[in-house]
Design a protein around this ligand. Structure first.
Ligand SMILES: C[S@@+](CC[C@H](N)C(=O)[O-])C[C@H]1O[C@@H](n2cnc3c(N)ncnc32)[C@H](O)[C@@H]1O
Length: 399
């Protein structure tokens, strides 16, 4: 078997190592994706509106298909994807009822990279169908007509036949790039982003541009391929981590999280627990765009009408339910800070562990790294809040 410590750069292609922690264990994405679920629920009204619009328009032009094809791109494993599918079906159901339309059948495609834990999705399908049936007792024939399947592959390429989809959803996925931008290294292979695993305050402008350009290239491909796969009038809703248009990319909560992880890795290098050169050469295939960048790219690609783009900020505190806080403020805050830091650490670990293990090649460093990371998050939260920017985008395939 290949020794992961000697992996070649080729074997580090994001497609092979970019996946969340599978299964339903303590460190799995399934158990550590509450932050994403909170944002998905905040985006529900935009999603519902987009879907209802699709049904009203198809119905008024007598174009409502007998089978509506829906795709969730970058579904991962765990409950989030199926929550979106269930909400989508509910919204279609409601719109059809209002219009006295016969309900269509549904074909649902759950997409992710081939390394994703699709087996967990298969295992959760019987209980998902059961929940749908419970919700609509007596209307079994309706939910019986929902067919879910998986579609492994990269959404930076073609996944579906021409004009075969009616609604595409993607949450927390398009900020993952197809590759680490080549410009993070000089032409002679020197590391240009030392001390950072993503854009940081000390990143040279060439590195910031390299990240932004890689995103432009990837998101333009994403739009192009979806424009081929969606029917004219088809809709797409995207949720992504982002940065505010009036903010420098490094001046955001997303960057701050990565900066704290860089700091924890650097501390481990100083203590000789990991090689400094390995820390220097680790860069994330990630970019959090601004709403302006997204708008410009949609306009430049030219196949989609932008219906709505909303930027909102979410405090990491939103994720946890606070108990009664009869203590004084500082005590309550201290307890919250510790819990928030643990949550942030677990969420980050669920998303990066396979990548980190592939690069550093040592399972042993992971527990230590994320304990140190949680401490860094606590130190940060004592001084200021950790606020993440998210973008929700709704668009229509013109035709
Ligand atoms: C953070 S998870 C999001 C899961 C779920 N959509 C949610 O909102 O909780 C991001 C997922 O995107 C997938 N992903 C990243 N790049 C991808 C690509 N090029 N094609 C397909 N899936 C990709 C990852 O494998 C991962 O499972």
């Amino acid at each position: 078997m290949e020794n992961t410590a000697t992996l070649t750069p080729k074997a580090m292609e994001p497609q092979q190592v970019l996946h969340m922690v599978g299964g339903d264990g303590e460190t799995s994405y399934a158990n550590n994706s509450q932050f994403q679920r909170t944002v998905i629920s905040k985006a529900k009204s935009i999603r519902d509106e987009t879907i209802q619009d699709l049904i009203y328009q198809s119905s008024s032009s007598s174009d409502l298909p007998e089978c509506l094809r829906i795709a969730d791109l970058g579904c991962s494993s765990g409950p989030n994807s199926l929550v979106v599918i269930s909400d989508t079906i509910d919204a279609i159901h409601e719109a059809c009822n209002r219009l006295h339309q016969t309900l269509p059948e549904f074909q649902v495609f759950l997409n992710d990279l081939p390394g994703n834990d699709f087996t967990s999705i298969f295992k959760s399908l019987p209980s998902f169908y059961e929940t749908l049936l419970q919700k609509e007792k007596g209307k079994e024939e309706y939910y019986g007509r929902c067919f879910i399947t998986v579609m492994p592959g990269s959404f930076y390429g073609r996944l579906f036949p021409t004009q075969s989809l009616h609604f595409v959803h993607s949450s927390f996925s398009i900020h993952w790039l197809s590759q680490v931008p080549p410009g993070v290294k000089s032409e002679s292979g020197n590391v240009l982003n030392k001390g950072n695993i993503y854009i940081g305050k000390t990143s040279p402008s060439s590195v910031i541009n390299a990240y932004s350009q890689q995103f432009q290239k990837d998101f333009s491909s994403f739009l192009k391929f979806r424009s081929e796969e969606l029917v004219p009038g088809g809709r797409m809703v995207i949720i992504t981590l982002g940065h505010r248009s009036d903010q420098e990319p490094w001046d955001d909560g997303n960057c701050k999280c990565w900066e704290l992880l860089s700091m924890a890795l650097t501390d481990m290098a100083l203590e000789g627990l990991v090689e400094q050169s390995k820390v220097d050469s680790f860069d994330l295939p990630f970019y959090a765009p601004s709403a302006l960048e997204i708008k410009d790219l949609i306009l430049a690609e030219g196949s989609f009408k932008l219906n709505q783009i909303e930027t909102f900020e979410i405090d990491e505190d939103d994720e946890i339910e606070k108990g009664d806080d009869d203590d004084d403020d500082s005590d309550g805050r201290e307890f919250d800070i510790f819990e928030i830091a643990q949550n942030v650490s677990r969420t980050t670990r669920a998303a990066t562990e396979p990548m980190l293990m592939s690069h550093f090649g040592e399972e042993a460093i992971i527990n230590d790294l994320f304990q140190r990371y949680a401490k860094k998050v606590v130190e940060h939260l004592v001084k200021e809040k950790l606020i993440e920017t998210c973008l929700i985008v709704s668009m229509t395939r013109m035709g």
